[in-house]
Design a binder for this molecule. Structure first.
Ligand SMILES: [Zn+2]
Length: 303
């Protein structure tokens, strides 16, 4: 089931950043009356912004919500789609196996994600799509894929321009561009104004295995959306995390467990609780869509 939770980060005269959730569950997909409101699919969301190239979709994670998203992207006639993986646990990747985009080969797919111990997006896909575990080997569908593993995410930024496309820069390179009299990013043979771009910063979250939290800065409007899934409670809020979330117009984060469940059994599993989200949400406007499979709803926090 697709959940059409559309969170409007900005709706200004020209520019608009929209976030649509196609999957909100953690750990495993669920179905039944209790999951009707927020859907039963695992993590997948689409970011819309006029700083993105036309006919190109930007997606975070490929949980089972990636399956209905893929069908919508095909219907919309997209030419390219970029997936930003937070990490490779199954609830964030298992939608790739049954995605029409993966098997139809009519849309160019660009897949970014953390690189750790020799595993990045390419190795994840090669491992997941491999007989006898899955009937189609990744090599059979790989021709329309470009995969890029990111080794040091907090030192890198992704910059996207509607005409120039996507470029991966170091934070230092971005700072040099920002300090220039006319801030421009070189993409291919041309240079484009940084002020027209979507800038995506990355920070490692508090979760087993290397996991990335993405911060989306829509430069033409100054609007910011931060996605902090799969992040466990911390006693103090690290300075780098505060900077990563600061000024976010919309913050979406993980509160998979109730405080009681966390204290009783799930501490150390890499997920948060509503009271922790409420603390962190003082750095941005909070929403908490990641729900434990048995839970019926979305227990949001706002601040
Ligand atoms: Zn995880």
């Amino acid at each position: 089931m697709r959940v059409a939770s559309r969170l409007v980060v900005s709706r200004e005269r020209v520019m608009t950043m929209l976030v649509t959730f196609f999957g909100t569950r953690g750990s495993s997909p669920v179905s039944g009356p209790a999951s009707i409101k927020y859907g039963g699919n695992t993590t997948c969301l689409r970011i819309e912004s006029e700083s993105l190239p036309k006919d190109h979709w930007l997606v975070v994670d490929a949980g089972t919500g990636f399956i209905p998203l893929s069908d919508e992207a095909l219907k919309a006639g997209v030419k390219g789609l970029t997936v930003l993986s937070t990490h490779y646990h199954p609830d964030h990747t298992q939608g790739a196996l049954m995605s029409s985009l993966v098997h139809r080969k009519v849309v160019q797919l660009y897949w970014y994600g953390p690189q750790e111990n020799g595993t990045g997006p390419l190795q994840m896909l090669q491992t997941e799509m491999k007989p006898p575990r899955f009937p189609v080997a990744f090599a059979e569908v790989a021709s329309h894929f470009t995969c890029k593993g990111i080794e040091h995410p907090s030192g890198k930024v992704i910059v996207i321009h509607p005409e120039g496309g996507l470029r991966l820069l170091t934070v230092e390179e971005l700072e040099r561009i920002e300090a220039a009299a006319i801030p421009q990013v070189a993409m291919g043979k041309a240079r484009y104004p940084l002020g027209s771009c979507l800038v995506i910063r990355m920070l490692r979250s508090n979760h087993p295995e290397r996991t990335i939290s993405y911060r989306f800065e829509e430069r033409p409007t100054g609007r910011v959306f931060a996605f902090l899934t799969d992040h466990e409670n911390q006693d103090g809020i690290p300075r780098m995390l505060r900077a990563h979330l600061s000024g976010a117009d919309l913050l979406v984060m993980d509160c998979q467990y109730t405080r009681e469940a966390y204290d009783d059994a799930t501490a150390g599993f890499g997920h948060g609780t509503p009271d922790f989200c409420a603390r962190v949400s003082t750095y941005g406007r909070g929403q908490a869509p990641r729900a434990d499979p048995p839970r019926s709803g979305c227990f949001g926090c706002s601040g």
